[in-house]
Design a binder for this molecule. Structure first.
Ligand code: A3P
Length: 333
């Protein structure tokens, strides 16, 4: 693919080189990747077909958007926010999250001519269906996106919808993303190669630090709530109260306790509406038996990263945090 200007302001460039070659050889169906925009966001080439539409998407002030880098606890916060914004005792609560809480740019991540087996033609997993669902969403709309700040719809920054941003320790994100790539994309490289790709921003939505820090800088704005996966793990009830307050929802302690329990890892793992068991796994032996709701822990990186990898992570983290007041995820020693 030629370098191209998909609209007047965003440059897209095909990514080549050894890192991308590893990815192309070891995942199914993805052969081209792009660097998008000045921060060179790494995305599958299908994104180019959608960029302009996404930029022009109308944003409403009463929208609630969840924005995260993947594997940061998106599904977890989605279910919590849905319970706060809608009626968790209604029949709709048993519908899959993809239907209740659309994944904004999902269509741009999958080959446009693919047919996802095992789900109906109008399922949001099928290419193009999420875009349709987005047009018909009931207000107040709840929408999930992994897009970084610069690629969110242009109206975002004038209309200022409520945004809950969740960050997670990049080391745990890397581990979680590795299993995600194995399970859903048939990644067949080694974990070591994956760490290398992650640290070289050659994984979807990278670079992760720009993603996090751009929202960290906006954390005091009144339409943005910046929270961390680790805080949710430590005191979920407190986060339920905080998010409810941010969304202007009045909840009593009984509701807080109910949502906390409902969103616990064991409950979510057993809830077909949120455990993403219907996501189609890659047809590989390695994908069998892996669950989307995998472990749900903090610090699993300690079980995966070698000392050498930890050292590289440390240098990478310090480089990325140079000049920033972001205080987390630096406990290497
Ligand atoms: P692990 O792979 O480390 O287990 P996302 O929804 O952004 O893709 O994030 C998925 C990660 O969040 C997975 O991490 C998943 O297990 C974890 N997760 C999902 N629900 C959770 C919950 N209720 N409590 C703790 N972790 C949860």
């Amino acid at each position: 693919m030629e370098d191209k200007e998909a609209d007047d302001s965003v440059h897209m460039e095909q990514v080549t080189g050894p890192h991308t070659a590893i990815l192309c050889n070891q995942i199914n169906g993805y052969k081209e990747f792009l660097h998008v925009g000045p921060e060179r966001v790494f995305l599958p080439s299908f994104y180019a077909n959608w960029h302009s539409k996404y930029g022009r998407f109308p944003v409403y002030q009463d929208d609630v958007w969840i924005v995260t880098y993947p594997k940061s606890g998106t599904t977890w916060i989605q279910e919590m926010v849905w319970c706060l914004m809608k009626d968790p005792k209604s029949p709709e609560a048993s519908h899959e999250l993809m239907k209740r809480f659309p994944f904004f740019e999902y269509d741009s991540l999958i080959p446009p001519d693919s047919v996802i087996p095992g789900v109906s033609r109008d399922d949001p997993m099928q290419p193009g269906m999420t875009w349709r669902i987005l047009q018909e969403l009931e207000v107040p709309r709840v929408i999930k996106s992994h897009l970084p700040k610069e690629l969110l719809p242009k109206q975002f920054w004038d209309v200022r919808p409520k945004v809950v941003y969740v960050s997670r320790d990049p080391r745990d994100v890397c581990v979680s993303f590795y299993y995600h790539y194995v399970k859903l994309q048939g990644y067949s490289g080694t974990f070591d190669q994956f760490v290398h790709l992650f640290l070289h921003d050659t994984i979807s939505y990278s670079p992760i630090w720009r993603h996090i820090l751009n929202f960290w800088k906006m954390r005091h704005e009144d339409h943005i709530l910046f929270i961390r996966y680790e805080d949710m793990k430590q005191d979920m009830s407190a986060i339920v109260r905080q998010v409810a307050g941010f969304l202007g929802q009045v909840v009593d302690e009984e509701q807080v306790a109910w949502i906390t329990q409902h969103c616990s890892f064991p409950e979510m793992s057993n809830n077909p509406a949120v455990n993403n068991e219907t996501f189609v796994s890659a047809p590989t032996d390695a994908a069998k038996g892996l669950k989307f709701m995998r472990k749900g822990e903090m610090g699993d990186w300690r079980n995966h990263l070698t000392e050498a990898q930890q050292k590289v992570f440390k240098t990478w983290t310090l480089n990325n945090l140079d000049g920033s007041d972001f205080p987390y995820y630096q406990d290497y020693d």
